[in-house]
Design a protein around this ligand. Structure first.
Ligand SMILES: [Zn+2]
Length: 295
């Protein structure tokens, strides 16, 4: 099998242990299935991305020994996203939403996972109402929502099995561009996965919920062949709890400055992910082999 996999960190901080585990999974999958590795810097959120973090991602990957075949950065791809938006507009699959955060919370139910399930208020406005809204609050901030099809999507995760999910019930029509005119994660990632011909999507379980809606969006954008999905377990603390913000804020770079070696980090992260019995240092090639056996 051949194809392409991506490692896609956001430069909103330096790489931490969660990124490292994800990278180990991506490089293990690439080795197992003979895939090219693409580094995608997901800086679609320009209010949080920082040049120092972008440089940091490249430096940390080099220090750890992760080599990749190609690279892209979302902030350089505005025209590609514009073109994709046009495609959706031509299919009448986009509408503006003027609801404030407060309104969204007050007027819509929440899913089991605590997500707002948008009920389509701005979609159901009549043409006249929409025109009026625009006339009254011409420059009022609004996001653009993608109309998700109201249907169940069957998809398969190599590790977790089959899923049967309806994004209309999970989140409803979702924003592809936000009120500050920034492309959203969901939109940018789908456009990139199509455009960059990604065949394998290996990422943390925390993003699993996004899969059905991303499949719906990719299909609306014309992708016919679905990527292969695998959502890996996340690092947990000693009490089997998700790592706290504070723990995740601790960067690999801080460890490096404290004299910790990449091998010590691989050992530590594999142990925290319950992949090894002890946290003794291991080589990158061995950490990758250990994970390959679980795929
Ligand atoms: Zn709305």
């Amino acid at each position: 099998m051949s194809g392409k996999i991506r490692f896609a960190p956001s430069p909103t901080g330096y790489l931490h242990e969660g990124h490292l585990l994800s990278a180990l999974y991506v490089w293990a999958a690439a080795k197992k299935w003979n895939l090219k590795i693409h580094l995608r810097i997901e800086d679609h959120d320009q209010s949080r991305a920082r040049p120092a973090y972008i440089a940091g991602i490249r430096e940390d990957l080099a220090w750890l020994g992760f080599k990749y075949d190609s690279e892209s950065i979302q902030s350089a791809r505005g025209q590609v996203y514009e073109a994709a938006l046009q495609k959706l507009k031509e299919k009448s699959l986009v509408y503006p939403c003027y609801c404030s955060r407060k309104q969204l919370l007050a007027e819509n139910p929440q899913s089991e996972t605590g997500e707002i399930v948008y009920q389509g208020k701005c979609f159901y406005k009549t043409r006249e109402e929409r025109r009026e809204t625009r006339e009254i609050i011409n420059s009022a901030p609004h996001n653009l929502r993608f109309i998700v099809p109201d249907k169940f999507i069957n998809w398969h995760d190599l590790r977790l099995g089959d899923f049967h999910e309806n994004p209309k019930l999970q989140c409803g029509d979702f924003p592809i561009r936000d009120r500050d005119n920034q492309w959203t994660y969901q939109f940018a990632v789908c456009v990139d996965d199509i455009d960059e011909q990604i065949t394998h999507i290996i990422r943390g379980e925390d993003i699993r919920n996004s899969t059905a809606r991303q499949i719906a969006l990719m299909e609306a954008l014309g992708r016919t062949e679905r990527p292969i999905y695998l959502h890996h377990p996340l690092i947990v603390d000693a009490n089997n709890k998700k790592l706290s913000k504070r723990e995740l804020a601790h960067s690999l770079r801080q460890d490096k400055e404290a004299g910790i070696t990449p091998e010590m980090l691989f050992g530590r992260v594999c142990h925290k992910a319950h992949l090894t019995e002890s946290d003794a240092p291991i080589a990158l090639v061995d950490a990758i082999s250990i994970i390959m056996e679980t795929l």
